[in-house]
Design a protein around this ligand. Structure first.
Ligand SMILES: Cc1cc2nc3c(=O)[nH]c(=O)nc-3n(C[C@H](O)[C@H](O)[C@H](O)COP(=O)(O)O)c2cc1C
Length: 191
């Protein structure tokens, strides 16, 4: 069921580095993303796949992970993702941020169906990466998505007292509060 897949498509930040995700599998994720709606059907996004181990490990150290987990510095090399998809837009036009969101969630859903996980990452060193991948004058980085086989348990729970902060419990399960349906589903009478 779609809802099961949506529940499974969490943000995973610890992975099994011994289970690499192949370029063919990354292509399958992008195949799903490329078929999604886009403003004006312009399809401006491009998907840069980074799979070289040393590059992936470098990126893993450079991006900022899990802002609410203040005593965790991000995945170690033994917990690192095995690939990144970097969503690019043409520097000259940019892209609708709605397009970026649609594509990114589609990638996570397609990954979840295959037992793969990822995390959307907006907190990355833009200038360094623009230089490293020679993007200046060509592409702007819109979003990064780490990809790998998850090695952590992530569970959703109902939000209490409006507290949006995810946390790890005593069993090292990453717990993510979500607002209840009654809070987010409105009819005109509720306004
Ligand atoms: C646009 C966007 C940017 C995000 N950037 C980061 C990031 O830079 N680092 C990170 O660890 N998680 C990032 N996340 C993941 C969120 O923290 C995550 O979606 C949220 O905690 C809820 O968890 P869930 O995805 O499992 O529902 C981002 C998510 C979105 C949608």
């Amino acid at each position: 069921m779609l809802l099961d897949l949506v529940k499974k498509a969490r943000s995973y930040r610890r992975y099994d580095p011994k289970k690499p995700v192949s370029t063919d599998t990354l292509k399958e994720l992008v195949e799903a993303a490329r078929l999604t709606p886009s403003a004006g059907n312009l399809q401006r996004l491009r998907y840069l796949a980074v799979t070289e181990k040393s590059d992936v490990l470098a990126l893993t150290k450079e991006v900022k992970w899990a802002g609410y987990l203040s005593d965790w510095d991000g995945p170690t090399d033994d917990e690192a993702p095995t690939a990144y998809l970097i969503l690019l837009s043409p520097e000259s036009t940019g892209v609708s941020q709605i397009d970026v969101g649609i594509a990114a969630e589609t990638i996570l859903l397609a990954a979840a169906e295959k037992g793969i996980g990822g995390c959307m990452i907006l907190n990355f060193p833009r200038e360094e990466l623009t230089e490293r991948y020679d993007l200046a004058g060509k592409y702007k980085i819109e979003l990064m998505i780490s990809i790998g086989v998850p090695a952590e348990k992530v569970e959703l729970e109902e939000m209490k007292d409006g507290n949006v902060r995810y946390y790890r419990d005593r069993s090292d399960v990453h717990r993510v509060p979500k607002r209840p349906l009654r809070e987010v589903f409105l009819t005109p009478k509720d306004l």
